[in-house]
Design a protein. Structure first.
Length: 143
């Protein structure tokens, strides 16, 4: 069972338009153990750009190291009938320098990684359970 810890989002002003931005930090547990972290970022005035995010998957418990994790970057948006995700280079996300997230995969590496199905399952969980993401997209999402 996957559980997400919802920390209070960080709000700030967009550099280009001064509208509200939202940055999310979420810890994900699987069967009660730390399993992943994801960050998301979106701007209310730039809904057409969707949400940029990164998922760091791997060992997050005590005594683990960034080398125990991989990080996958993505952009998520909504189409009329479904949500869509495009993998991007993790190093090019706003968290590209965060060493704690582990090795940043390129989109090519990510799509062929043995854990990519778990990454996509995590994206489904984000869509299903994260109230900030659901609110940003403004309606019920289907996957």
């Amino acid at each position: 069972m996957i559980e997400i810890e919802f920390n209070e989002p960080f709000k700030s002003a967009c550099e280009c338009c001064n509208d509200e931005t939202t940055a999310l930090t979420r810890l994900v547990k699987k069967n009660g153990d730390a399993y992943a972290v994801y960050y998301g970022y979106f701007v209310e005035a730039h809904r057409d750009q969707g949400m940029t995010g990164i998922i760091s998957l791997g060992a997050w418990g005590e005594g683990t190291f960034p080398t125990d994790r991989i990080a996958v970057g993505f952009v998520m948006w909504v189409e009329p009938e479904d949500y869509q995700v495009r993998l991007i280079n993790a190093a090019e996300t706003p968290w590209g320098d965060a060493e704690i997230l582990g090795r940043k995969l390129t989109w090519e590496e990510a799509q062929d990684h043995p854990d990519i199905d778990e990454v996509f399952q995590m994206m489904d969980e984000i869509v299903d359970k994260d109230p900030e993401v659901r609110s940003f997209f403004g309606r019920s999402l289907v996957h």
